[in-house]
Design a protein around this ligand. Sequence first.
Ligand SMILES: Cc1cc2nc3c(=O)[nH]c(=O)nc-3n(C[C@H](O)[C@H](O)[C@H](O)COP(=O)(O)OP(=O)(O)OC[C@H]3O[C@@H](n4cnc5c(N)ncnc54)[C@H](O)[C@@H]3O)c2cc1C
Ligand code: SF4
Length: 597
Amino acid sequence: MSFITVRIPEPQTVNLNRVYDAVVVGSGAAGGMAAYVLTSHGLKVLLLEAGKKLDIDKELKSTEWPYEHPRRGEMAPGYHALSLNEYTIRQPPYAQGTKYQHVYSYVQGWSGPDYSKNIVVDERDHPYTGTNYAWVRARCLGGKTNIWGRLALRLSDYDFKAKTHDGYGEDWPISYQDLAPYYDKVDLYLGISGVKENLPHLPDGLFQRPLRLSPAEMKLRRGIAKMDRVLTPYRAGVTTDGLKHNKYRLRCFGRGACDRRAGGCDIHAAFDSPTGLIYPALDTGHLTLRTNATAHEVLVDPKTGQARGVAFIDTETGRSYEAKAKVVVLAASTLESARLMLLSKSNLYPTGIGNSSGHVGHNFCEHVMGPSITGLVKELVGKPRTLDDGRPGSFYLARFRNLATRHPDFIRGYGFEGSGGMGMFPGNALSTPGFGSNYKQAVRDYAGAFIHLGAFGEVLPRYENYVEIDPTVKDRWGIPVLRFHYKFGDNEKKMAADMAETAQEMFETAGIEIVSVSRRILTEGWSIHELGTARMGTEAKTSVLNQYQQSHEVKNLFVVDGSSHVSASCQNPTWTIMALCWRSCDYLADQFKKGNL
Ligand SMILES: Cc1cc2nc3c(=O)[nH]c(=O)nc-3n(C[C@H](O)[C@H](O)[C@H](O)COP(=O)(O)OP(=O)(O)OC[C@H]3O[C@@H](n4cnc5c(N)ncnc54)[C@H](O)[C@@H]3O)c2cc1C
Ligand code: SF4
C-alpha cells in the first residue's frame, strides 16, 4: 500500500553523447542533496546510481502485521544474516565458504529482515577483504537513507576545532559558524523534530514538534539533570508538522512502524533521499537519473588533468559506458567514493585521482559501540499499558566527557541512544521464566518498566587506519574490491570502559535498578557511520579536499559524502553530510557560473 498518491516524476532519457554540467555518483544522503542543490541552481545534472529504483513502499509494507507474512517477516531458507560472532571469528570476505546462497550484513538479523533484503547488498556480489569490519551497504535509489535510524544531530566547534581543544589530529577547515546556516537550510527543507537544550556541544536546530518521552525516560532525564547531563527527545530527521513545499512526504503518523523492522518509513515522514531530494530535483526538469549504473572510474582529460566524466557498468547487462560532464561529484558513500578515487589511476594520477597526498583511504574513522545497560523502573511495574512506541525514535543522551574538564584516560567523547517503555512486542517475554496465565501476567506487568542505553563514541582518525584496493579480489562485475586495515585503538578501548561505568552511575543516581550491563565492544563498523577517507584541510600535502569538498589537485572533482570529514565526532553524521554538501554545491554552482570549472 502506498500512502503517497501524487505521481512520481519520470526520469528523462539518458543521453550519453551529451556533456552534462555535472555527473553525480550515488543517490543517498549526499548524492540526493548534490542533485537537489545543483539542479536548483539550473545545472544540468546526470545522477548515476549503482542500485535499482525500488518501489520502496511495496518493500517496506509497514501496515502488514507479522502474522500476514508467511514467516513472520523472516527471510526464506538459504538467506543468512551475519552474526556478531561471525564478524569476529572469521575474516572477510564473509560470504566465502558459507553454505548460504545469499549472505547479508548484520542489520538483516533485525526483526522483519525479509522486508529489507532487496535494499541491503548481498555480500556474495559485494565482497571485501582485510581486517574484520561489519560493512553495511544499501544499493538502491536513496542508499542507506531508506532504512537509516533518523537520529539527526549537529556537530559543534568541539568537533570542528577538536585539535585546538585537545591537541590531537587536525582541525576542520571550517567552523560551526560556517555550517550553521546550512544546518538551518537542511532543517527547514527536510524537517527535524527535537527540543532546544542550549548545549554548546550539541547545537539546537530549527525543530518541529518534538517526540514525547515515556515515563521511564522522564525519570532518567530528571535523575541525571542533577549530574548536569542531558537526556533529550530523539532529534529525528522526521517531519512531525509536515512540509508544505514537498508533495512526496507526509507528516509523521506516529505509528512507530519505522522501529519495528530494519527501519524505513513508507509515509516518508522520515527523511529519505528519493522523496526528500531526488523527486523534487526531477521536478526541476534539470535532472537525468540512471539507475543500475555502477561507476568504476573517474575519467581524466590527459591534456588538462581535469575530470571529464565517469565510466560505469550497467549492473544488469554488464555493458560499459561513459558519461561525460564538466564537473564530477562523488557521493557514493565514504568507502565507495574512496574506492572510486583509488580505482581511477592514470599516468597523471598513478595512485588514484586526487591522491597525490597519499591520504585517500586513510584517516578512516567512525563510532565505537557496544557498552550498554538495561534497567528497571520499579514503580512502573504493574501499571496500565501506555502507547510508548508510536514515535520514530526515543531519546539521545548528549556527550558530557572532555568538554570543560579532561578525562585522565582518553580524549573526545561519547553519547548514548536509548529507549524505555512499552513496545508492540514486549522484549521481556523472552527472558521471563514460567508459562500459562502467571507467565503472561508477569510479562504484562513488567513490559513497560524497562529502559535501555547504548553508547556511540568517537573513533580517532589515524593515518594507519585505512582501506586500499585488493590486488586480486573483484566484485560480481569484475571491479576490484576494498581491503581493510582498520582497528580500534587504546583511546577507544579506554573510552568504552568509561561508557559502561557512567551508564551505571547514571542509573544509580536516577534510582533505576540495574538489570544488566554489557562492556563488550562490537566489531569495527557496527555503527554504520564510516567517515574520513578523503579528508578536507587547508594543506594539499596532508588532505585531499578543500573546505568546499573540492579536490586540491583536480578542480572539477568534488567528493561530497562523509569521506571528507576530518574527525568523526560522537554525533551521528548524516545531517552534517547534507549540510556540508549543500554548502559545497552552492560554491560549485557559483564557480560554474563564473566559468571557473
Ligand atoms: C540501519 C542504519 C541506521 C542508521 N542510522 C543513522 C542515524 O540514526 N543517524 C545518522 O546520522 N546516520 C545513520 N545511518 C547512516 C546514514 O544512513 C548514512 O550516514 C548516510 O546514508 C550516508 O549517506 P551517503 O550518501 O554517503 O551514502 P548512502 O546513503 O549509502 O548512499 C550511497 C549511494 O551510492 C551508491 N553507490 C555506491 N557505489 C556506487 C558506484 N560505484 N556507482 C554508483 N553508485 C554507487 C549506493 O548504491 C547508494 O545508493 C544509518 C545507517 C543504517 C544502514
Ligand atoms: S512513526 Fe513516523 S517516521 Fe516512523 S514509520 Fe510512522 S510515520 Fe514514519
